[in-house]
Design a protein around this ligand. Structure first.
Ligand code: FES
Length: 163
C-alpha cells in the first residue's frame, strides 16, 4: 500500500467556524470542506444524498451538517444521512497539520467524479448547464478565491493546490 499524496487546500482559519469552503476540481462536483466549533475539519462531496443540495451552504453542528434544502442531517465523518433518512454522500480524507488543511490528491482527482446533481434537485452541473451562482469560476478565470461569504457561511471554491 503506498503512502497518500496530499494536496494543500488552505489554512484551517480560512474555513469559517460552523461553515465550509468549496474546493473546485477539474472533474466532478466540488468538495465541501467543513470546520466545526472544535476546529475539526471534514470533507464531503458538495452534494446531498437526498436531492443533491449544496451541503457547503448548510449549517454545521457537532459533527453533522444540515442540508439547506430540506434539512436532512448528514454526518460529516461518514457522509451518512441520519435515520430515518437514508443515503450517503462520498467523504474525502482530510489531514490537518500545523494549521494547514490537506486533501488526498488521488481522491480529489478520481473519487465520485461521475456524480452530477440530480435533475430534480436545486441545480445541476453538466457541460451545458449554467454554473451555480458563486460556484466554479468560468473557464480560464483567475483561480484566486475570495473570503468567506458572511450570510451563508460559504465561499468561492478553492482551486486545487491553493497556497
Ligand atoms: S437535498 Fe438535501 S435534504 Fe433535500
Amino acid at each position: 500500500m503506498s503512502a497518500r499524496d496530499w494536496t494543500l487546500i488552505c489554512q484551517v482559519q480560512e474555513i469559517p467556524v460552523l461553515g465550509s469552503r468549496r474546493v473546485a476540481r477539474k472533474q466532478g462536483l466540488d468538495v465541501a470542506v467543513f470546520r466545526n466549533d472544535r476546529n475539526e475539519v471534514f470533507a464531503l462531496l458538495d452534494r446531498c444524498p437526498h436531492k443533491g443540495g449544496p451541503l457547503s451552504q448548510g449549517i454545521v453542528f457537532g459533527t453533522s451538517v444540515a442540508c439547506p434544502l430540506h434539512n436532512w442531517t448528514i454526518g460529516l465523518c461518514d457522509g451518512q444521512a441520519s435515520a430515518p433518512d437514508e443515503g450517503c454522500t462520498p467523504k474525502f480524507a482530510v489531514k490537518v497539520e500545523d494549521g494547514q488543511v490537506f486533501l488526498d490528491a488521488n481522491e480529489l482527482t478520481t473519487q465520485a467524479t461521475d456524480l452530477t446533481r440530480p435533475i430534480a434537485g436545486p441545480a445541476r452541473r453538466g457541460p451545458h448547464a449554467p454554473p451555480l451562482r458563486g460556484s466554479l469560476p468560468p473557464e480560464g478565470a483567475d483561480p484566486a478565491w475570495g473570503g468567506p461569504a458572511p450570510d451563508r457561511r460559504v465561499s468561492s471554491p478553492l482551486p486545487l493546490g491553493a497556497g
